[in-house]
Design a protein around this ligand. Structure first.
Ligand SMILES: [Zn+2]
Length: 188
């Protein structure tokens, strides 16, 4: 009986050991491949937004290298049967194609066109900064289709969230805004 007990304890300890040992690559795979990414579609050569099935990648990491499959693509459902060759780009450099990093890198170091406050890295808990279109309308960056952002970044200007809110209010309700600074400028 005692031998059986010892054997049971050994088996349980082994299983717990394996689970703990493999939990690191599992978690790493999940956090590496989680999140929306921008890739160049190998078929059309334009930018598309994709999501890797991060949970499946994590589960396959239990047994070895994580296996990547797409969970979503802006060309789906029309091209849902594609070969998913774009996964190679994600495997090669998962950090650089992450939408969050692309947007954060674009804002970082730039200044808001209104208040000239310098942007740092994007924070997940902060209000999202905005973009000003050539017609001077502003919208938070996450209101745009992700695959359009790289192109918009060449013609749109960065606006901080506070200025976006106040400028939107000014635009929508011009009759309610008393803008002393601007009145001074106009009268000069
Ligand atoms: Zn500002």
């Amino acid at each position: 009986m005692a031998t059986l007990m010892l054997l049971a304890i050994a088996v349980v300890a082994f299983v717990i050991g394996v689970v703990l040992f493999r939990s690191i690559p599992v978690l790493r795979a999940y956090f590496t491949f989680h999140g929306k990414r921008l890739i160049t579609c190998p078929e059309t050569h334009d930018t598309q937004a994709v999501d890797v099935a991060a949970r499946k990648a994590a589960m396959t990491a239990i047994f070895g290298d994580p296996k990547l499959r797409l969970d979503r693509c802006t060309r789906w459902p029309e091209r849902q049967d594609c070969g998913q060759e774009c996964l190679q780009q994600i495997e090669t450099d998962p950090e650089n194609c992450l939408l969050w990093n692309i947007v954060s890198n674009w804002y970082e170091g730039k200044r808001c066109v209104y208040c000239h406050k310098r942007f740092g890295r994007l924070g997940h808990l902060d209000h999202p900064p905005a973009l000003m279109a050539p017609d001077r309308t502003t919208a938070e960056w996450n209101q745009f289709r992700p695959e359009h952002l790289p192109e918009l970044f060449s013609t749109y200007q960065p606006v901080c969230w506070n200025c976006h809110v106040s400028e939107t209010f000014r635009r929508v309700h011009p009759e309610l805004v008393v803008d002393r600074d601007r009145n001074i400028h106009h009268s000069l």
